[in-house]
Design a protein around this ligand. Structure first.
Ligand code: ADP
Length: 162
Protein backbone atom coordinates (compact mmCIF):
# COMPACT_ATOMS: atom_id res chain seq x y z
CA UNK A 1 0.00 0.00 0.00
CA UNK A 2 1.65 3.21 -1.20
CA UNK A 3 0.92 6.38 0.70
CA UNK A 4 2.08 9.90 -0.21
CA UNK A 5 1.82 13.28 1.46
CA UNK A 6 0.86 16.50 -0.29
CA UNK A 7 2.20 19.33 1.87
CA UNK A 8 1.43 23.01 1.43
CA UNK A 9 0.13 26.21 2.94
CA UNK A 10 -3.37 25.92 1.43
CA UNK A 11 -4.33 29.49 2.44
CA UNK A 12 -6.92 28.75 1.10
CA UNK A 13 -7.26 25.54 -0.95
CA UNK A 14 -7.95 26.25 -4.63
CA UNK A 15 -9.24 24.14 -7.53
CA UNK A 16 -5.60 23.85 -8.62
CA UNK A 17 -4.75 22.00 -5.39
CA UNK A 18 -7.83 19.77 -5.83
CA UNK A 19 -6.70 18.98 -9.39
CA UNK A 20 -3.32 17.80 -8.05
CA UNK A 21 -4.99 15.64 -5.38
CA UNK A 22 -7.25 14.03 -7.97
CA UNK A 23 -4.22 13.10 -10.09
CA UNK A 24 -2.23 11.81 -7.10
CA UNK A 25 -5.04 9.56 -5.88
CA UNK A 26 -5.07 7.78 -9.25
CA UNK A 27 -1.44 6.84 -8.71
CA UNK A 28 -1.35 6.03 -5.00
CA UNK A 29 -3.50 4.19 -2.44
CA UNK A 30 -3.67 7.06 0.03
CA UNK A 31 -2.95 10.79 -0.21
CA UNK A 32 -2.44 12.73 3.00
CA UNK A 33 -2.98 16.43 2.33
CA UNK A 34 -1.08 18.14 5.07
CA UNK A 35 -1.13 21.80 6.09
CA UNK A 36 2.25 23.21 7.13
CA UNK A 37 2.25 24.93 10.51
CA UNK A 38 4.68 27.66 9.58
CA UNK A 39 4.90 30.20 12.40
CA UNK A 40 7.09 32.49 10.28
CA UNK A 41 4.44 32.95 7.62
CA UNK A 42 1.39 35.14 8.21
CA UNK A 43 -1.76 33.60 6.85
CA UNK A 44 -5.32 34.73 6.23
CA UNK A 45 -6.89 31.53 7.60
CA UNK A 46 -5.88 29.65 10.76
CA UNK A 47 -4.55 26.10 10.49
CA UNK A 48 -7.90 24.80 11.76
CA UNK A 49 -9.83 26.78 9.13
CA UNK A 50 -7.53 25.56 6.36
CA UNK A 51 -7.87 21.94 7.49
CA UNK A 52 -11.66 22.32 7.70
CA UNK A 53 -11.91 23.75 4.17
CA UNK A 54 -9.70 20.97 2.79
CA UNK A 55 -11.75 18.28 4.55
CA UNK A 56 -15.01 19.66 3.20
CA UNK A 57 -13.61 20.12 -0.34
CA UNK A 58 -12.15 16.60 -0.42
CA UNK A 59 -14.92 14.73 1.38
CA UNK A 60 -15.86 12.71 -1.72
CA UNK A 61 -12.37 11.25 -2.02
CA UNK A 62 -12.40 8.15 0.16
CA UNK A 63 -8.65 7.56 0.19
CA UNK A 64 -7.68 11.17 0.92
CA UNK A 65 -6.88 12.25 4.47
CA UNK A 66 -6.25 15.81 5.73
CA UNK A 67 -3.92 16.72 8.58
CA UNK A 68 -1.30 19.30 9.59
CA UNK A 69 2.34 19.16 10.60
CA UNK A 70 5.17 21.04 12.28
CA UNK A 71 8.77 21.05 11.18
CA UNK A 72 10.37 19.26 8.27
CA UNK A 73 8.20 17.76 5.53
CA UNK A 74 10.43 14.68 5.25
CA UNK A 75 10.04 13.93 8.96
CA UNK A 76 6.28 14.07 8.64
CA UNK A 77 6.45 11.83 5.57
CA UNK A 78 8.49 9.26 7.51
CA UNK A 79 6.22 9.50 10.53
CA UNK A 80 3.11 8.62 8.54
CA UNK A 81 4.91 5.98 6.46
CA UNK A 82 4.68 7.84 3.14
CA UNK A 83 6.87 6.81 0.22
CA UNK A 84 6.77 10.20 -1.42
CA UNK A 85 5.96 13.90 -1.42
CA UNK A 86 3.53 15.29 -4.00
CA UNK A 87 4.00 18.86 -5.23
CA UNK A 88 2.31 20.79 -8.01
CA UNK A 89 4.19 22.32 -10.91
CA UNK A 90 2.33 25.08 -12.69
CA UNK A 91 4.93 26.83 -14.78
CA UNK A 92 8.63 27.39 -15.19
CA UNK A 93 8.36 29.89 -12.34
CA UNK A 94 7.66 27.01 -9.90
CA UNK A 95 10.45 24.87 -11.22
CA UNK A 96 13.53 26.39 -9.55
CA UNK A 97 11.99 26.35 -6.07
CA UNK A 98 10.47 22.89 -6.37
CA UNK A 99 13.71 21.49 -7.81
CA UNK A 100 15.73 22.92 -4.91
CA UNK A 101 13.32 21.56 -2.35
CA UNK A 102 13.17 18.13 -3.98
CA UNK A 103 16.96 17.83 -3.96
CA UNK A 104 17.24 19.09 -0.39
CA UNK A 105 14.57 16.66 0.76
CA UNK A 106 16.32 13.84 -1.08
CA UNK A 107 19.53 14.75 0.76
CA UNK A 108 17.68 14.70 4.08
CA UNK A 109 15.79 11.48 3.39
CA UNK A 110 16.87 9.55 0.29
CA UNK A 111 14.03 7.05 0.66
CA UNK A 112 11.32 9.72 0.22
CA UNK A 113 10.71 10.55 -3.45
CA UNK A 114 9.30 13.88 -4.63
CA UNK A 115 6.67 13.56 -7.34
CA UNK A 116 5.80 16.70 -9.31
CA UNK A 117 2.41 16.73 -11.00
CA UNK A 118 1.16 19.24 -13.55
CA UNK A 119 -2.41 20.53 -13.19
CA UNK A 120 -4.84 21.13 -16.04
CA UNK A 121 -3.71 24.16 -18.08
CA UNK A 122 -6.69 26.16 -16.79
CA UNK A 123 -5.12 26.20 -13.30
CA UNK A 124 -1.60 27.17 -14.25
CA UNK A 125 -2.06 30.83 -13.35
CA UNK A 126 -4.01 30.13 -10.17
CA UNK A 127 -2.64 30.51 -6.67
CA UNK A 128 -3.93 31.24 -3.17
CA UNK A 129 -2.52 34.79 -3.14
CA UNK A 130 -4.50 35.79 -6.24
CA UNK A 131 -7.65 34.29 -4.71
CA UNK A 132 -7.14 36.19 -1.43
CA UNK A 133 -6.52 39.47 -3.26
CA UNK A 134 -9.55 39.02 -5.48
CA UNK A 135 -11.81 38.16 -2.54
CA UNK A 136 -10.56 41.11 -0.53
CA UNK A 137 -11.97 43.44 -3.17
CA UNK A 138 -15.20 41.45 -3.54
CA UNK A 139 -14.13 39.84 -6.82
CA UNK A 140 -15.92 36.63 -7.83
CA UNK A 141 -13.73 33.68 -6.87
CA UNK A 142 -16.34 30.97 -7.38
CA UNK A 143 -14.70 29.49 -10.49
CA UNK A 144 -11.33 29.18 -8.75
CA UNK A 145 -12.10 27.62 -5.36
CA UNK A 146 -14.49 25.04 -3.85
CA UNK A 147 -17.87 26.38 -2.57
CA UNK A 148 -16.85 26.15 1.12
CA UNK A 149 -13.92 28.50 0.39
CA UNK A 150 -16.22 30.99 -1.37
CA UNK A 151 -18.33 31.05 1.80
CA UNK A 152 -15.40 31.41 4.18
CA UNK A 153 -13.89 34.22 2.11
CA UNK A 154 -17.21 36.07 2.18
CA UNK A 155 -17.27 35.76 5.96
CA UNK A 156 -13.68 37.01 6.23
CA UNK A 157 -14.06 40.01 3.98
CA UNK A 158 -17.78 40.65 4.06
CA UNK A 159 -19.66 40.89 0.79
CA UNK A 160 -22.01 43.72 -0.02
CA UNK A 161 -23.95 41.57 -2.49
CA UNK A 162 -24.54 39.06 0.32
P1 ADP B 1 3.52 26.26 -0.45
O1 ADP B 1 3.63 27.47 0.43
O2 ADP B 1 4.10 25.02 0.18
O3 ADP B 1 3.98 26.46 -1.87
P2 ADP B 1 0.82 26.22 -1.54
O4 ADP B 1 -0.46 25.94 -0.83
O5 ADP B 1 0.98 27.53 -2.19
O6 ADP B 1 1.95 25.95 -0.47
O7 ADP B 1 1.07 25.08 -2.63
C1 ADP B 1 1.19 23.75 -2.28
C2 ADP B 1 1.61 22.97 -3.52
O8 ADP B 1 0.56 23.02 -4.48
C3 ADP B 1 2.85 23.50 -4.22
O9 ADP B 1 3.58 22.42 -4.76
C4 ADP B 1 2.30 24.36 -5.33
O10 ADP B 1 3.19 24.42 -6.43
C5 ADP B 1 1.05 23.57 -5.69
N1 ADP B 1 0.03 24.43 -6.28
C6 ADP B 1 -0.46 25.60 -5.81
N2 ADP B 1 -1.39 26.11 -6.65
C7 ADP B 1 -1.49 25.22 -7.67
C8 ADP B 1 -2.24 25.18 -8.89
N3 ADP B 1 -3.08 26.16 -9.24
N4 ADP B 1 -2.08 24.12 -9.69
C9 ADP B 1 -1.21 23.15 -9.37
N5 ADP B 1 -0.44 23.12 -8.27
C10 ADP B 1 -0.58 24.15 -7.42
Amino acid sequence: MAKVIYPGTFDPVTNGHIDIVSRAIELFDEVIVTVARNPGKTSLFTIEERVEMLKESLKDYERVVVDSFDGLVVNHAKQVGAVGIIRGLRAISDFEYEFQMALMNRKLAGEITTILLMPHARYTYLNSTIVRNLAQFQGDVSEFVPPIVVEKLKLKFGNKEG
